[in-house]
Design a protein around this ligand. Structure first.
Ligand code: GLN
Length: 233
């Protein structure tokens, strides 16, 4: 067999972690969101064929990529040095800070990290939001026992709305979406200047280059701006 022949189109399977609107979420069983549309548009611009979506919990995405179950991670994943030790990233495609989400009927809105003293604070496991909760613990603002970790952020936001916890630390665009759909609101932001990238195996330099070319193409032809308008405005 000759798997490397030029007419043998490689199929790219993408992985994501729903529960992170508007980047990736399920509606009536359908997988939707900015990352979903952007990924498909980028792969369509390449010589590869798009092979569909696999879904995981967020902290299972890097192992799934390394095992070869998927070829690309599209999950609003922040480009971080610690992750770079395990996987490669495309160029950045979105920027975001962290935010602290509270219930809308909270009568004593926290305005700073210090104000979270006495609060039970939630985040999705394996995220930069969880890292911020760990910083609250390291700084002695909350004890370890007041940290709640969830499999996805939709579960965390629902637990907040139901009054089981007092705050959720989550990326700003996702917090804004929750505040439109649930009785929760953004109390304040934590400036982290994060950049999201697509995750790709370190030895798959060819796909990194193709995704970067695709990102440039969808930016140049206006597709990127159209998707931002569709999902964020
Ligand atoms: N941007 C955050 C991170 O990379 C959250 C991503 C997510 O929950 N999908 O950790």
């Amino acid at each position: 067999s000759d798997d490397d022949s030029d007419d043998d189109t490689r199929t790219i399977v993408a992985g994501t972690a729903p529960g992170f609107p508007p980047f990736e979420f399920r509606q009536d069983g359908e997988l939707l969101g900015f990352d979903i549309d952007l990924t498909e548009a980028v792969i369509e611009r390449s010589d590869y064929e798009f092979g569909g979506w696999e879904t995981f919990e967020f902290d299972s995405l890097i192992p799934a990529l390394q095992n070869g179950n998927i070829d690309v991670i599209a999950a609003a994943m922040t480009i971080e040095d610690e992750r770079r030790e395990q996987i490669a990233f495309s160029d950045a495609y979105y920027e975001a800070d962290q935010s602290v989400l509270v219930r809308s009927d909270d009568d004593d809105l926290p305005q700073s990290r210090e104000d979270l003293s006495g609060s039970i604070v939630g985040a999705q496991g394996g995220t930069t939001g969880e890292n911020e909760v760990d910083r609250l613990i390291d700084d002695g603002i909350i004890p370890e026992s007041d940290k709640n970790v969830y499999d996805n952020y939709t579960l965390a936001a629902t637990d907040l709305e139901n009054g089981n916890i007092d705050a959720v630390v989550v990326d700003v665009p996702v917090a804004r979406t929750f505040s439109e759909d649930l009785a929760v609101e953004v109390a304040f932001e934590i400036e982290t200047g994060e950049e999201y990238g697509f995750g790709i195996r370190q030895d798959d330099e060819e796909l990194v280059a193709a995704v970067n070319d695709g990102l440039e193409a969808v930016t140049d032809d206006g597709t990127y701006n159209d998707l931002v308008a569709e999902w964020f405005e």
